[in-house]
Design a protein around this ligand. Sequence first.
Ligand code: ZN
Length: 108
Amino acid sequence: MASGKSSWTSFDYAAYAATLRERLLRLLAPDGRCQNPACRKKPRRIGSLQIDHVHGRTWDLRRLNRWARARRYWREHTDGVELRALCSKCNASYRPIPLPVVSEVEAA
Ligand SMILES: [Zn+2]
């Protein structure tokens, strides 16, 4: 810590990203369970749940590191994007529900 140059770069982003992610998972799944009503599986660690975009993701997961992903999820959550926590099995088989076309909804 005393060296001065290491304090910023040695900050453990990976651990902090995991903490941010788990905090969001606890909001999305307060009971720690998969939010698919037909499943409700409860993994041993909440971090094993995955964050799912109910209406599909508009960005490429592979282009962001863990830290950027965690921040993106939080920003989406605060922006009102519908997210939910699913177990890996449900997340792998789930198909996003297309959002209604906004112009049609507003015209009605
Ligand atoms: Zn599930």
